[in-house]
Ligand binder design. Structure first.
Ligand code: GTP
Ligand code: MG
Length: 206
């Protein structure tokens, strides 16, 4: 497969720290990445853009607290949302994230799609299901990246994929088994993202 997203240029544009705060100007299409803390979001982003440390990977969950914007090839913006559902951060901090994440998703005119990350090994948590419902209600095109697939055997992974299709009520082409450790799924995900970015805005009137 030729690389659907060869990385020629990468730029960190900045972070959005509170609802209604600074966000990058410009009209480039945005793809946002959503998932529970520790699901492997930063690792997936780094794999995607073939960098070791564009997004910070950490052993302590809950590190990414702002919404970070990364521009790729001056044609696409990747939006790293803070991980939700981490039990050990304070209630106050958790209360701050929801309006930040939901506000961005509701308001961004450039948003073309969301990559929702789920750990392939586990059933979605209550937080995951809440986020999936929110995305469905919003109507934003969504792809599911099933992370850490290197931790399962091939047959176990295939079985989990079927369970996700059933549980989420989605089709096979909305799911991408992914491993940041091996790179499995990188090109498939990149291709799906490029397709979303090129599609017209899904929100009516924009
Ligand atoms: P927060 O920013 O804290 O919300 O976490 P995150 O979702 O960005 O997760 P991060 O990428 O920091 O990864 C969390 C842990 O999972 C790290 O120890 C990673 O090395 C590990 N990890 C992430 N992706 C994979 C994967 O595909 N395979 C394996 N084996 N480990 C992974
Ligand atoms: Mg992170």
């Amino acid at each position: 497969m030729t690389d659907p997203l060869p990385i020629r240029h990468l730029e960190f544009l900045g972070g959005l720290a509170k609802p209604g705060g600074w966000r990058p100007e410009g009209a480039l299409p945005e793809i946002a990445f959503s998932g529970r803390s520790n699901v492997g979001k930063s690792s997936l982003l780094n794999r995607l853009v073939r960098r070791k440390a564009l997004a910070r990977v950490s052993k302590t969950p809950g590190k990414t607290r702002e919404i970070n914007f990364f521009e790729v090839n001056r044609e696409l913006v990747l939006v790293d949302l803070p991980g939700y559902g981490y039990a050990r951060v304070s209630k106050d901090q958790r209360a701050e994230w929801r309006p930040l994440i939901e506000g961005y998703l509701k308001q961004s005119k450039q948003l073309r799609g969301v990559v929702q990350l789920l750990d392939v090994r586990h059933a979605p948590t209550a937080d995951d299901l809440q986020m999936v419902d929110f995305l469905a209600e919003l109507g934003v095109p969504t792809i599911f990246a099933l992370t850490k697939v290197d931790k399962l055997t091939k047959s176990a992974a295939a079985k989990r994929v079927e369970e996700f299709i059933e549980g989420l009520g989605v089709t096979r082409d909305q799911l991408v088994p992914f491993s940041s450790a091996t790179g499995q799924g990188r090109d498939e995900l990149a291709e799906a993202m490029v397709e979303l970015a090129q599609a017209p805005a899904w929100r009516s009137g924009e």
